[in-house]
Design a protein around this ligand. Structure first.
Ligand code: FE2
Ligand code: FE2
Length: 292
């Protein structure tokens, strides 16, 4: 087991050594004709009947809107994390290294949100915020997360989006500007994941069994809500597809379902290891599409 103080000290040092990675992004990088905005295999309709009926330009256009939706989802989850980290810090010793790292992480998430907003504008796209009711639901449930729920939800949102960005940053078919943004985010999120894992393991060890039982259900429900709004129907409408048909085909797409399960593998394994996913909670994670 890692000592949370030791981990926080190490992460603070690394963050201080790389204070503003996003400042090195070249926002003047031109968009290349015909290049993708994410690897085509990651587009939710890849391989479906609708996909087979689209020409190459329409597929690329869909990848532009799906990347804008992922970046919008990134901003929304970062705003959620900032609220949860704010509650974590309230009442803690502000000179403590764990509190100072949480504050550092809030600063990094704020920079990421600005970076994603700038990317959406640079791509000439609109933002795709989640429905208002999802925001309200988060405001209501997040107050009962406690530290176990806070770091489980943090870990979930950070690890699930890692794979698509990791593959995107290494894919030469993808626009260089998108790849630069993905690279900055992957590197900085690796530190956040280290913090969330250590804090979560510590929080579970020190929480009461009754609290852990409640948090298991809450985190499972949150995973379902989080994944249900990952790709809004509006992205399909934006490229001239029937949103209901496209959403149905995307949700049933075996190729995309397999990618989402791969995306969830690390977080699901860790949450299982610390006892936050047991046999009684697997139905949430299957419904979220993160578990086979
Ligand atoms: Fe982030
Ligand atoms: Fe993060």
């Amino acid at each position: 087991m890692h000592d949370p103080q030791v981990v926080a000290e190490r992460l603070l040092k690394t963050s201080a050594e790389h204070p503003d990675a996003d400042a090195h992004i070249d926002w003047e990088t031109p968009f290349e004709e015909g290049a993708w905005f994410m690897p085509p295999e990651w587009v939710s309709l890849y391989g479906t009947p609708l996909w087979r009926g689209m020409d190459e330009a329409s597929r690329v256009e869909l990848s532009r809107h799906e990347m804008a939706a992922l970046a919008s989802g990134g901003i929304w989850t970062e705003l959620c994390l900032m609220q949860m980290l704010g509650r974590y810090m309230a009442g803690r010793d502000l000179t403590d290294s764990r509190t100072r790292y949480a504050l550092t992480e809030v600063g990094e998430e704020a920079r990421h949100s600005l970076m994603f907003a700038r990317l959406i504008s640079a791509m000439g796209c609109r933002a795709y915020p989640p429905p208002r009711r999802v925001n309200h639901l988060f405001s209501l449930t997040s107050v009962v997360y406690g530290q176990v729920g806070t770091f489980a939800v943090t870990l979930l949102s950070e690890e699930v989006n890692d794979l698509v960005q990791r593959e995107g940053m290494n894919d030469e078919r993808v626009h260089p500007l998108v790849r630069q943004v993905c690279r900055v985010h992957v590197v900085e999120e690796a530190r956040h994941v280290g913090f969330a894992r250590t804090e979560l393991a510590h929080a579970v060890r020190t929480a009461s069994p009754a609290n852990v039982r409640i948090q298991r259900e809450l985190v499972g429900m949150t995973a379902c809500a989080f994944m249900a709004h990952r790709m809004p129907a509006a992205v399909y409408r934006a490229v001239g597809l029937d949103p209901a048909t496209a959403r149905r085909q995307a949700l049933a797409n075996p190729h995309h379902r397999a990618l989402l399960q791969r995306s969830g593998r690390k977080a699901v394994a860790f949450l299982t290891e610390v006892g936050l996913i047991g046999p009684g909670q697997r139905h949430w994670w299957r419904r979220a599409g993160l578990m086979p």
